[in-house]
Design a protein around this ligand. Structure first.
Ligand SMILES: Nc1ncnc2c1ncn2[C@@H]1O[C@H](COP(=O)(O)OP(=O)(O)OP(=O)(O)O)[C@@H](O)[C@H]1O
Ligand SMILES: [Mg+2]
Length: 268
């Protein structure tokens, strides 16, 4: 690697250069060039099947690029132990919910995030419980401490999973369709918490993956538009979510109205 690239990767949370991924004769990702700099939170926006989850799997080191290079938190994949890397990456997705034991105590569930385990097998210190409680309060779910996970609503469960991810003090937090299936109140509560979290001085870098423009809160100042496995466009969220850009993106006339610093989409 030349010096320019090394510098480049050190200053980025994620640096992808010409990344492609092919499987069974199908090109799922092609020519992805994406650099998420420190201090930027990114939204990843694309239709079903556009390659978002594949991209996340690559960031977590579960799959390898067919071509191109990827660096995460200054480490080039191929030269670093991805299992170690995963300790610095928190991943919250609605699919994680299915893997939680229904009868798990909320407190244990959150604390288990420190050990990157599902279920609590190691003995946590009392500071770990204190930290879990602090994180839950920060996310507006401190009152759930003594509950069973299964008795919490879906919105509460999502917040708990974020608190759980934060227990490991990740440097990068990936929120994959975190607001899926939530009602209006729960969703707004979760989005407020995410916005507030992003404003904390010690907040991790965040990536928010979604199908819905209006879920992208102002903390996500940058957006990558992914279409059919390729970067359609990337840049400032406000520029990405213009009627003109999204009409090109969807190949369908749409208009965007900005309310509450969020983009609301409708068909023309
Ligand atoms: N292991 C695989 N083998 C073959 N094709 C795959 C594999 N994984 C993903 N794909 C295909 O790659 C494309 C992108 O999938 P991916 O799951 O990344 O999309 P996505 O943007 O996350 O979609 P969604 O919004 O529906 O979650 C899809 O057409 C999918 O069928
Ligand atoms: Mg997906």
């Amino acid at each position: 690697m030349n010096e320019v690239n090394r510098f480049d990767n050190q200053n980025h949370v994620i640096a992808m250069h010409n990344v492609s991924w092919r499987r069974d004769g199908k090109t799922v990702l092609e020519g992805i060039d994406w650099q998420a700099a420190k201090g930027e939170n990114w939204a990843l926006f694309g239709l079903n099947g556009s390659g978002k989850t594949t991209l996340l799997n690559m960031i977590n080191g579960y799959i390898w690029p067919t071509t191109g290079t990827i660096s995460v938190l200054g480490h080039k994949y191929g030269e670093v132990d991805v299992r170690e890397m995963r300790k610095s990456i928190g991943w919250v997705s609605s699919s994680l919910q299915q893997r939680i034991h229904a009868s798990e105590k909320v407190q244990d569930l959150v604390v288990s995030g420190k050990f990157a385990s599902i279920g609590l097998y190691e003995k946590p210190a009392s500071e770990d419980f204190d930290r879990a409680e602090m994180l839950m309060r920060q996310l507006g779910c401190g009152h759930l401490l003594d509950r069973m996970y299964q008795t919490c609503s879906q919105g509460e469960q999502q917040k708990l999973l974020i608190a759980r991810a934060l227990m490991a003090e990740p440097k990068l937090l990936i929120l994959d369709e975190a607001a899926n299936g939530l009602d209006f109140i729960s969703k707004e509560g979760l989005l407020d918490s995410i916005q507030e979290l992003a404003l904390q001085p010690d907040a991790p870098h965040m990536i928010y993956v979604t199908h819905h423009t209006e879920e992208i809160v102002p903390a996500f100042t940058k957006t990558l538009l992914l279409r059919r496995g390729q970067v359609f466009r990337q840049g400032n969220t406000a520029d990405m979510f213009s009627g003109e850009t999204l009409t090109d993106f969807f190949e369908l006339p749409v208009e965007v109205s900005w309310r509450g610093n969020r983009a609301w989409l409708s068909k023309k």
